[in-house]
Design a protein around this ligand. Structure first.
Ligand code: PLP
Length: 375
C-alpha cells in the first residue's frame, strides 16, 4: 500500500543531518527550525502566516478557535472524511452539522450545503469546513459563494492536500485558516505526528501561537485556556528537508494515477459505465489533484480486498463508517439513510497502493490481479 522506506533511501543523508543539527542545538520545542518551516510552508502555500503544531487534529482545533468558533456555534462539514474533521469542531465547543458529498468527487456537495442553509435548520452557524478529500480540493467556487451569502467563515481541512490547487490557488490559501497534517503517510510527512495552520491573518496566527502554549503570551501568564500542542524541532527539521521535494513527489503521484487510469481502462475494468466492476472517482476540471490516495469504487469490495491481500497487495478503506454514523456522534441524532452518498461511498470505496516511488510493474501487477478477481 505504501513503502516509506523508498523515500527515506533518497533523502537519508539530509534527514539524518537535519536531526543531528537539532540534537546538537539541544533546542527541541519550537525555535528556529519551526520558525523556518513556518516561513517556508507559508511561502509554498501562498499565505503570509503559518503556525506549526503537534498534529493535523490540533491544527483543525487551532484554526477553528482562531476564526472565533465558540461554544454553542455550529459548523458545517462533510460526513465523509477522517473523524478529526468533525471531532475538532466538538473540541472547539461547537456542534458539527454533517452534510452529504458529491458522488462524483466525494467532497462536500455545495448543493447539499445550499439546501441546508436555505432551510435555516441550524442555529448559530459560524463556519464552513470543507475537506479536500484524497488530495482534491472541494468545489471552492460554490462553497465560497455560499459562505459569503450566509456570512460563514471558511476553514479548510487541507490535511490530505498539500500542493493541491483550486484553479491557480493552493489548498491552504483558500480560506480564513487551513489545517495541514504531516502524519507519516501524508504527501509531506514527518517522522512522527505534526501539523500546521496557514492563514493570511497575523492576529489569527498570534492567537494560535498563544493557544498552542496553554493560552500564554508570556511565561506563566495564561490569558485563556489553550493546550500544549506545539511542533517540535526534530519534526520541523525533517519536514524542511522534504518540503522542496513535494512538488516533484506530487507530480509522481499524478503520473501514477494516470497509469492506473490507463491500465484500468485497457483491462476493461473501468470503461466509464455504471455497471463497471471498478469506477475511479471523478475529478473537477478546476482541481489540481495531488492523489494523497487513488480511490476507486469497487463491486464486491470486501472479497476483492481479501483476494488482493492474499496476493500481498495492500489496499485501504477511507472510510468504512461515515462520520454521522460513528458511535461517538450518536448524540447528534443522525440515522442510517440520512446521508446516502456518504453511506454508499463507505460501502464502495477502495484505495489502491499509491506513493511516488510505486513502479509501473507494481501497478501492472495490481491491475492484473484485480482483473483476475473479476474474470
Ligand atoms: C482529512 C483529515 N483531517 C484531519 C486529519 C488529522 O490529522 P492528524 O492525524 O495529523 O491529527 C487527517 C489525518 O489523518 C485527515 O486525513
Amino acid at each position: 500500500m505504501l513503502d516509506l522506506g523508498r523515500q527515506f533511501a533518497q533523502i537519508r543523508e539530509e534527514v539524518l543531518a537535519a536531526i543531528e543539527r537539532v540534537c546538537a542545538s539541544q533546542h527541541f520545542i519550537l525555535g528556529t527550525e519551526v520558525e523556518a518551516l513556518e516561513r517556508e510552508v507559508a511561502e509554498f502555500v501562498g499565505t503570509s502566516e503559518a503556525v506549526g503544531c503537534a498534529s493535523g487534529t490540533d491544527a483543525l482545533w487551532l484554526a477553528l478557535l482562531a476564526v472565533d468558533v465558540r461554544p454553542g456555534d455550529s459548523v458545517i462539514t462533510t460526513a465523509f472524511s477522517f473523524f478529526a474533521s468533525a471531532s475538532a469542531i466538538v473540541r472547539a465547543g461547537a456542534r458539527p452539522v454533517l452534510l452529504d458529498v458529491d458522488p462524483h468527487t466525494l467532497n462536500l456537495d455545495p448543493a447539499q450545503v445550499e439546501a441546508h442553509l436555505r432551510t435555516g435548520k441550524s442555529t448559530q452557524l459560524r463556519a464552513l469546513l470543507p475537506v479536500h478529500l484524497y488530495g482534491q480540493c472541494a468545489d471552492m467556487d460554490a462553497l465560497e459563494k455560499l459562505a459569503r451569502e450566509f456570512q460563514l467563515t471558511m476553514v479548510e481541512d487541507a490535511a490530505q492536500a498539500i500542493g493541491a490547487r483550486w484553479r491557480d490557488r493552493r489548498a491552504g490559501s483558500l480560506s480564513a485558516a487551513a489545517a495541514f497534517s504531516f502524519y507519516p503517510t501524508k504527501n509531506l510527512s514527518a517522522y512522527g505526528d505534526a501539523g500546521l495552520v496557514t492563514t493570511n491573518d497575523p492576529e489569527f496566527a498570534a492567537h494560535m501561537r498563544r493557544l498552542h502554549a496553554h493560552g500564554s503570551p508570556r511565561r506563566y501568564v495564561h490569558e485563556e485556556l489553550g493546550w500544549n500542542c506545539r511542533l517540535d524541532a526534530i519534526q520541523a527539521a525533517v519536514l524542511r528537508v522534504k518540503l522542496p521535494h513535494v512538488e516533484k513527489w506530487n507530480q509522481q503521484r499524478r503520473d501514477r494515477a494516470a497509469t492506473y487510469d490507463r491500465l484500468l481502462t485497457q483491462s476493461g475494468l473501468a470503461s466509464g459505465r455504471a455497471s463497471d466492476p471498478i469506477r475511479p472517482l471523478g475529478i473537477s476540471s478546476h482541481a489540481h489533484h495531488v492523489y494523497h490516495q487513488y480511490v476507486v469504487r469497487a463491486q464486491r469490495r470486501e472479497d476483492l480486498r481479501q483476494f488482493l491481500a492474499d496476493r500481498k497487495i495492500g489496499t485501504e478503506i477511507y472510510y468504512p463508517i461515515p462520520i454521522h454514523l460513528q458511535p461517538a456522534f450518536a448524540y447528534l441524532g443522525y440515522r442510517e439513510g440520512d446521508l446516502p452518498e456518504s453511506e454508499r461511498a463507505a460501502r464502495e470505496v477502495l484505495a489502491l497502493p499509491m506513493f511516488p516511488e510505486l513502479t509501473d510493474d507494481e501497478q501492472q501487477w495490481v491491475v492484473e490481479n484485480i482483473a483476475d478477481f473479476y474474470s
